[in-house]
Each structure stands twice: as C-alpha cells, then as structure tokens.
Ligand binder design. Structure first.
Ligand SMILES: [Zn+2]
Length: 243
C-alpha cells in the first residue's frame, strides 16, 4: 500500500500515467500509481481532479478492486496519458482528523468500559462509532468528551508501524481489536500507534491519519443512540481546527 509512512498521508498531488480505461457501469481509469484513498475501513473515498496537457476531469469516487479504480462522470484521458492527480485536500484532511479522533475515542472507551468498537463511519462533518457492550449516561458522554480532548491536546505523535499478525494475536489487550475483521491471509498489518509505543492506541488500520493529535483541534460529542442489544452509537464532530 502507498501509506506505510505517516508522511505519505500528506501527499496531495502526484504525477502518474493512465494504464487502463474502461466502463463497468460508470467510466473509470487506472493509474500506474496514485495518492487517492479508496473507499473502505469506514472512511469515504477521496475525490479530486486529474489534469493533463489539454484537459481535466473530476474524480468523484475511488474504489480498490485489485487495482485502484478512479471513477468519473466525464471522459477519462486515453491510456498512456501523463496526468497530475490532485486530491480534494480539505475533505481528506477532515477525514484524517476525524479518523484519528476515532482511534482515541475507541481506545478510551475500551479502557474505561471494556466496550469494543464494532463499527465506525467517518464523514466530513459528522462521524460515528458503534460500541458493544455499552450503555452510557449523559454524564459519561461528557466525561468521554473531556478525556478525548485532553488526550488530543497533549500533542501525541501518530506513527505507522508494520507488524506481524502474531504480534496482535499475542497482545494482552487483544479484545480492543476484533482480529476476526482482519482477513486471515493478511500476515503483515499496518499498525497505527498513537503516543509512545502506542500507549494511547495501537490498532491495525488501513485508513489515513494525521501525524500529531493536536492537529485534530477539539471534538464535540453530538449524541448517543441505542443500536440494539448492548450496542451504542456515539456521534461526534470536529469543534475547531488548530490551524
Ligand atoms: Zn485508522
């Protein structure tokens, strides 16, 4: 994958060559390399613009189907065209901040209540995490928000480390992570580690993240909702940017 270094999450533009063009119900093209994040892991796909000598089109969705397919409503450039890919950075950067905040909240709720993250969906403006088993009072929500924001503001580094699957399987705190969600054939995992030796959080993840928690700014918990037996959804948003 192209994101084995936290700095790679900050690359907004890249030169590449078109190696395949097609239509699978919608026009798509494949590049020899890309910086665009495909839909997956609870994080939306990037969008952006691809420029070439004489034209440009919008990319409105990116999916990984083996290679990474860039979808467009317009006519893609022909095979062999040298292009420049530009990510919609404002959107991606919000996803990176939202996603890193998700790691922090998931870890705090695991440590406080032993409730595991069983689902999450990042959006630009409003994201949610599902926990199980978990019941929360409004006071609990306030306490969680305070602890998440205090953690964010301490400015912890976020690192990407490649680790063997067995490393996670042998961790004492393994239940924070649902290894059943990681396909068995994946033996090397991309571990997102927040704080020294991942003491704030350490979790296999293929998404995009910021490199220091202070970049998140502050989060605000909007509400909690029951999502069935012992399952609670917590919704949150970004309160402000430090930038
Ligand atoms: Zn992540």
């Amino acid at each position: 994958m192209y994101l084995n270094d936290i700095e790679a999450c900050y690359v907004r533009t890249l030169s590449a060559k078109v190696i395949e063009v097609g239509n699978d119900g919608k026009n798509y093209f494949i590049l020899d390399r890309t910086v665009m994040y495909p839909l997956g892991g609870g994080q939306p796909s990037d969008t952006g613009i691809v420029f070439w000598n004489g034209g440009h089109i919008e990319i409105d969705e990116v999916r990984q189907k083996g290679p990474i397919f860039h979808y467009t409503m317009e006519e893609p450039p022909p095979v062999g065209t040298q292009v420049t890919v530009n990510i919609d950075w404002d959107k991606r950067y919000r996803h990176m901040r939202m996603h890193t905040a998700q790691h922090i909240m998931s870890s705090i709720i695991w440590k406080r209540y032993r409730a595991r993250t069983v689902g999450n969906q990042i959006h630009t403006n409003r994201s949610h995490i599902d926990f199980c088993p978990l019941y929360l009072s409004l006071d609990d929500l306030k306490d969680i928000e305070v602890e998440v924001n205090e953690t964010i503001q301490r400015g912890h580094k976020v690192n990407v480390v490649l680790r063997d699957r067995s490393f996670f399987e042998n961790l004492e705190d393994i239940k924070r992570i649902d290894m059943d969600r990681v396909p068995k054939n994946i033996t090397k995992l991309r571990s997102i580690e927040i704080g020294e030796n991942g003491y704030i959080d350490r979790c296999p993840c293929a998404g995009t993240h910021i490199k220091n928690t202070s970049e998140i700014g502050l989060i605000k918990i909007i509400e909690k909702r029951s999502k069935g037996k012992e399952r609670t959804r917590v919704e949150y948003t970004l309160e402000k940017s430090n930038l």
